[in-house]
Design a protein around this ligand. Structure first.
Ligand code: TMP
Ligand code: ASP
Length: 258
């Protein structure tokens, strides 16, 4: 078989041309970066876990009527997704103060925000993904006002869905980041959820112990990063306890390749 054509390599994923027009294969690497690539490590098994967790979440979103780029998982590290034009904005939804908002506004980590807050960051690694306002987004034509409204409305629905999903397994959804893509069908365009939703892009705290179960374990050198991701996957039910894929702890359920 001819080698697949690589379209793009990011910090945690590689995109390859898909088997049919309009599709892409999204490959999840084990690489973790933080602080705009200043910190880097390879965390064995992370890509496999994020592939599964993101699949599970995207399928859940589809069930509540939120369209995503996800088509199907291909194997341990790859999923088939719809080809979209990525909107160069990261939408961050926050329920509890942590990370950059705590620093910027002098809030105490863990403080419940007066209401869920949406922020926009301009996707540009050279600039370190700066916080921007709707004014910047429309003035520079990164997205139009209707798209901003759509991204906000969809993000609120994702927040409701994810908050409930995680609360059901004893996890607090502190915040998360989501990306959107434009999908063109004839002369119609719609915004759909793209990229991934995983412990790399969410803050997740254990409801009882307050333990951190997301990429902050890596950012803050807390250790046991993949163990925490594995526990998230286990609680969501995408892992079976009994098997062992070369590492201690539970393994992935019903993989079909790789
Ligand atoms: P922040 O507090 O560092 O701004 O992060 C807010 C949320 O967005 C947090 O869940 C982590 C996620 N995030 C990403 O997914 N990618 C990024 O590049 C950054 C900075 C944050
Ligand atoms: N993803 C970003 C980076 O690789 C930042 C972060 O998640 O902390 O630098």
């Amino acid at each position: 078989m001819a080698r697949r054509k690589q379209i793009y390599e990011g910090k945690a994923k590689i995109l390859f041309e898909g088997p049919e027009p309009g599709t892409i294969i999204q490959y999840f690497k084990d690489d973790a970066t933080a602080f705009n690539n200043q910190k880097h490590a390879v965390l064995e098994g992370k890509g496999v876990l994020n592939n599964r967790i993101s699949e599970y979440i995207m399928m859940g979103l589809e069930r509540i009527g939120v369209t995503t780029h996800f088509i199907r998982r291909l194997n341990m590290r790859e999923q088939l997704v719809r080809h979209v034009e990525i909107v160069p904005i990261e939408v961050v939804m926050r329920n509890i103060a942590a990370g950059s908002i705590s620093k910027r506004l002098g809030l105490e980590d863990g403080a419940v925000l007066p209401r869920s807050i949406i922020e926009f960051y301009y996707k540009d690694d050279k600039l370190g993904d700066p916080l921007v306002s709707e004014e910047h987004i429309t003035a520079f034509n990164w997205a139009n006002p209707q798209e901003i409204d759509d991204m906000m409305a969809i993000s609120l629905r994702i927040n409701d869905f994810l908050s409930g999903l995680f609360a059901g397994v004893g996890i607090k959804l502190v915040d998360f980041k989501v990306e959107f893509g434009r999908q063109y069908e004839g002369d119609m365009m719609r915004l759909i959820v793209a990229d991934e939703i995983s412990p790399d892009s969410c803050r997740l705290w254990d409801m009882e112990s307050g333990d951190i179960m997301d990429k902050d374990r890596f950012r803050k050198d807390l250790g046991d990063v993949t163990d925490a991701y594995r526990e998230v996957a286990r609680r969501l039910g995408v892992l079976r306890e009994s098997e062992n894929p070369g590492q201690s702890g539970p393994v992935l359920v019903s993989d079909n390749g790789d």
